[in-house]
Unconditional design. Structure first.
Length: 393
């Protein structure tokens, strides 16, 4: 049996590579002779830079930057190996990810992407000729203005004074964005962004309403975030001539996609299209009997650009069964049956706190993989037995 393991990671717990290792370990307990191909998929979030650097035999870089709550942290980015322009690969989560926001300080109206701008500046200092930036796993909702400030942009109120407050809360006073002091090197260095193409900045399905609560926002703060991002979009449309409210990808990472596109002139891409350039998924699936994938949550949002649904759609065209693991099974998860996922299950094995689940994730995922493989073999043996009986009759 040839099995392909193509997971995303479990946010704040297991990265994609560790997730793949656990699934492979569980399968090997049942089928030690199975041929297993592991292809960890990064969606622009945690692990994006390290994985692409490893695949291309590139080089990692460590820098101290400003974290999402204003405290310094060590961030990792890198440079891709191979030919072509010197390409820096960054993930916003390294500087502004949710994992860097203490649970007692989770208020997306106050967190900042300032450190993302510092990473971009560090990449420019090291001679980057192109920047590839992954959006995902964010702990911010500031529309990318913190990033722009770190690169020389100024946010002004209606009196012409610079807005000092970082985070989305400052956008409520925004009247003008001054880009005259933006790092001039950005005019000559293209920026490609891997993001969730389905994320919108404003409206009923905008980032404030959809992702604000996940980042710690109360219902009142959600309304405040929405008003701040609407104000931001108004100023961008008036001064820059772009309508970013419903533009694909502009809601990525709390609106960082909008800031990258409107303020830095970046090009936004479906994260899967970017990742596919570096991973030979089609070739791997050509001679495959079964696919395992994984994500932190399987729910109604999974078909909208999440790794399990993208993998499943590819496998479905070849008639390959797909089994998905998740930390949690959320609202309307059944819709995933329609996008090619044949079965899914939560790895949770007992009632637990979130902290306990994080600590036990490796053990539970490995055990769940073993259990799933044993269940699949039961079905396989029943099928073989029934075919033998039909043949005999």
């Amino acid at each position: 049996m040839r099995i392909v393991v193509i997971p995303s990671g479990f946010k704040e717990s297991l990265n994609a590579e560790r997730t793949a290792h656990c699934i492979e370990k569980g399968i090997k307990r049942v089928l030690p002779e199975a041929t297993i191909v592991s292809l960890p998929m990064v969606d622009g979030g945690e692990g994006f830079a390290e994985t692409l650097v490893r695949i291309t035999s590139g080089q990692l870089v460590h820098r101290t930057v400003t974290g999402p709550v204003g405290e310094p942290l060590e961030a990792i980015f890198g440079f891709l190996g191979g030919d072509g322009p010197r390409t820096a690969v960054l993930e916003m989560a390294a500087a502004a990810g949710l994992k860097h926001v203490p649970r007692t300080m989770r208020n997306p109206a106050l967190t900042t992407t300032y450190g993302v701008g510092e990473m971009i500046r560090a990449a420019l200092d090291l001679g980057a000729e192109r920047i590839l930036l992954g959006c995902g796993d964010s702990g911010t909702s500031d529309g990318g203005v913190g990033m722009a400030q770190a690169l020389g942009a100024r946010l002004l109120d209606d009196s012409g004074n610079e807005i000092i407050k970082r985070g989305a809360i400052g956008l409520l006073q925004l009247d003008q964005i001054d880009l005259s002091g933006l790092d001039p090197r950005l005019q000559h260095v293209p920026i490609d962004v891997a993001c969730n193409w389905h994320n919108r900045l404003c409206g009923p399905k905008g980032v404030a309403r959809v992702f604000g609560p996940q980042k710690g926002a109360s219902p009142e703060q959600v309304h405040e975030l929405e008003a701040a991002l609407e104000r931001y979009a108004d100023v961008i449309e008036r001064d820059i001539g772009l309508d970013v409210r419903q533009a694909p990808g502009c809601g990525a990472s709390g609106g960082l996609g909008a800031g990258l596109k409107a303020l830095l002139g970046a090009k936004l891409h479906s994260r899967y299209d970017i990742i596919a350039q570096y991973m030979n998924l089609d070739e791997v699936l050509q001679h495959c009997d079964l696919v395992f994938t994984a994500e932190g949550s399987i729910d109604h949002q999974t078909p909208h650009g999440k790794i399990p649904s993208e993998v499943a759609s590819k496998a479905k065209k070849r008639g390959i069964p797909v089994f998905a693991f998740a930390g949690t099974i959320g609202k309307d998860a059944r819709v995933n049956y329609d996008c090619g996922i044949d079965a899914y299950t939560s790895i949770l094995q007992a009632p637990s706190t979130l902290e306990e689940a994080f600590l036990l994730a490796e053990e539970w995922l490995t055990d769940s993989s073993e259990s799933a493989m044993r269940t699949i073999l039961v079905g396989y043996r029943l099928g073989v037995s029934m075919m033998s009986e039909d043949h005999a009759s």
